[in-house]
Design a protein around this ligand. Structure first.
Ligand SMILES: Cc1cc2nc3c(=O)[nH]c(=O)nc-3n(C[C@H](O)[C@H](O)[C@H](O)COP(=O)(O)OP(=O)(O)OC[C@H]3O[C@@H](n4cnc5c(N)ncnc54)[C@H](O)[C@@H]3O)c2cc1C
Length: 359
C-alpha cells in the first residue's frame, strides 16, 4: 500500500493550494458575511462566478472526474483525495472548482448510464458550471437509510413516466442555477427488492414539481443551495429522455454514485478538521492566561495531541478506502451504523459468515 502522491497529484495540489491561498481565502470571510447579512440569500454572489472563471482558466476544474475525455482531471480516488482535503478547508472552494456535491455525483451518473442526449442536455452544462442539480431520494414518510424503502412512484405509462411523491433534504435545490433533479421512485413493486426503483431526470421547471419549503440544519439554511422539501404531483415526462440507466436500476446506481462521493466528503472534512486544529493551535500559542499560553494550561497539550492522532488516523482510513477502490465497497450515504454494518459484513465474510451473520 503506497499513499505517496503521484507526480500528477503533487503538481495539481501545488497549483490548487496556491490558488486557494491567493484567490479564495482572502475573499471568503467577506463572502459569508455578505450572504448572511442578505434578506434574500438564495443568490449567486458575483465573486463566485469570478473565482469559477479563474479556477477554470488555471486548469483547476472538474478535478473529481476520472474521465479525461469529458474534461475531467483523470485522477484516481487516491490521487483526488489530497485535492478534496485542500478544498475542504474552504466552504466555497468545491463550488469554485466545479467539484461540489451533489453535482459531482450527479455528473458521474449522467456520464456512465446516461444516454448521449441526456449528456448533451444536462451533463454538458453541469461540466461547464453553468447549471446546478439536486438528488431527490429521501422521503419524510419512510426510513430512507434503507434505499429499498422508497414509496414515491415512477410509473411507466406508454411512452411516458409519471412521478408522484414527496422528497425532502434535497440538497442544492434552492440554488438559483439549479435546473435538474435526479428523482428516485418505485416502478415495479413485484420485482426483487433491488430492482423495484428507477432514477428519473426531472427538469426543475417541469409541471407538477413544487418546492414546498427550505429546511435548516442546526439553525443554518446552507444558502444559496440549501435543502428543500419537494412535492411531485403527476409529473409526466417522456420516458426515453427521462429514465436514467433503465427501469429498475436505481438501487445499483445509487450505490455507485455514493461510493466515491462518500470518500470525497470524508477527505473534505479532514481538510476542515486540519483547519480547526490549526486555528486552535494558533489561539493556544498566542493567548496567555495565568502567565502561560493557553496551550500549556490544563490538559490542552493532550487534547491537541489527541486531535492530531484522530485526524491522521481518519486520513489513513479514508485513503485506504479510496485505495481499495471505494466504488466496490458499495458504501451508501446515510447513517454510520449502515456503513459499519457493511464494513463488518466484508470483514466477517473472510471467515465464511453469510449476509446475516451465520456461516
Ligand atoms: C444536511 C443533509 C443533507 C442531505 N442531502 C440529501 C440529498 O441531497 N438527497 C437525499 O435524497 N437525501 C439527503 N439527505 C437525507 C439523508 O440521506 C437521510 O437523512 C439519511 O439517509 C437517513 O435517512 P432518514 O433521515 O430517513 O433516517 P432513518 O432511515 O429514519 O434512520 C434514523 C436513524 O436510525 C438509525 N439507523 C438506521 N439504519 C440503521 C442500521 N442499519 N443500524 C443501526 N441504526 C440504524 C440511525 O441512527 C439513523 O440516523 C440529507 C440529509 C441531511 C441532514
Amino acid at each position: 500500500m503506497d499513499f505517496r502522491h503521484s507526480p500528477r497529484a503533487r503538481e495539481l495540489l501545488a497549483l490548487l493550494t496556491g490558488f486557494l491561498d491567493r484567490e479564495v481565502a482572502p475573499r471568503e470571510e467577506a463572502y459569508h458575511r455578505e450572504l448572511l447579512a442578505r434578506q434574500d440569500p438564495w443568490v449567486v454572489l458575483p465573486v463566485i462566478e469570478e473565482l469559477k472563471a479563474k479556477a477554470r482558466a488555471a486548469g483547476l476544474w472538474n478535478l473529481f472526474l476520472p474521465d479525461r475525455d469529458h474534461g475531467g482531471a483523470g485522477l484516481t480516488n487516491v490521487e483526488y483525495a489530497p485535492l478534496a482535503e485542500a478544498m475542504g478547508r474552504s466552504l466555497i472552494a468545491s463550488e469554485v472548482c466545479n467539484c461540489a456535491a451533489p453535482d459531482s455525483g450527479n455528473m458521474e451518473l449522467l456520464l456512465h448510464p446516461g444516454t448521449e442526449e441526456q449528456r448533451r442536455q444536462w451533463l454538458a452544462p453541469l461540466l461547464a458550471g453553468e447549471i446546478r442539480s439536486a438528488f431527490c431520494m429521501t422521503e419524510p414518510d419512510v426510513a430512507s437509510s434503507d434505499a429499498t424503502n422508497m414509496e414515491a412512484t415512477a410509473v411507466l405509462d406508454g411512452d411516458e413516466i409519471v412521478l408522484n411523491g414527496r422528497e425532502w433534504w434535497s440538497t442544492g435545490i434552492g440554488h438559483p442555477n439549479c435546473r435538474v433533479l435526479i428523482f428516485m421512485g418505485l416502478t415495479d413493486p413485484a420485482a426483487d427488492r433491488y430492482h423495484q426503483h428507477s432514477m428519473v431526470l426531472v427538469p426543475l421547471d417541469a409541471r407538477g414539481v413544487s418546492i414546498e419549503r427550505m429546511l435548516t440544519t442546526m439553525g443554518f439554511n446552507d444558502a444559496p443551495g440549501g435543502h428543500g422539501e419537494v412535492a411531485f404531483e403527476d409529473v409526466r415526462l417522456p420516458a426515453a429522455q427521462a429514465l436514467l440507466g433503465g427501469a429498475g436500476q436505481a438501487f445499483g446506481l445509487a450505490q455507485a454514485r455514493l461510493g466515491p462521493g462518500r470518500v470525497h466528503h470524508c477527505m473534505r472534512l479532514i481538510g476542515l478538521a486540519e483547519l480547526a486544529l490549526e486555528l486552535a493551535c494558533r489561539r493556544a500559542t498566542t493567548r496567555v492566561a495565568f502567565g502561560k499560553p493557553l496551550a500549556n494550561l490544563g490538559g490542552n497539550r493532550e487534547r491537541i495531541a489527541d486531535a492530531r492522532i484522530a485526524i491522521d488516523q481518519a486520513r489513513l482510513l479514508v485513503l485506504h478506502a479510496a485505495w481499495t477502490t471505494a466504488r466496490a465497497l458499495r458504501l451508501a450515504d446515510g447513517p454510520d451504523e449502515v456503513h459499519r454494518g457493511v464494513v463488518a459484513r466484508l470483514e466477517l465474510a473472510r471467515y465464511g459468515a453469510g449476509r446475516w451473520g451465520g456461516g
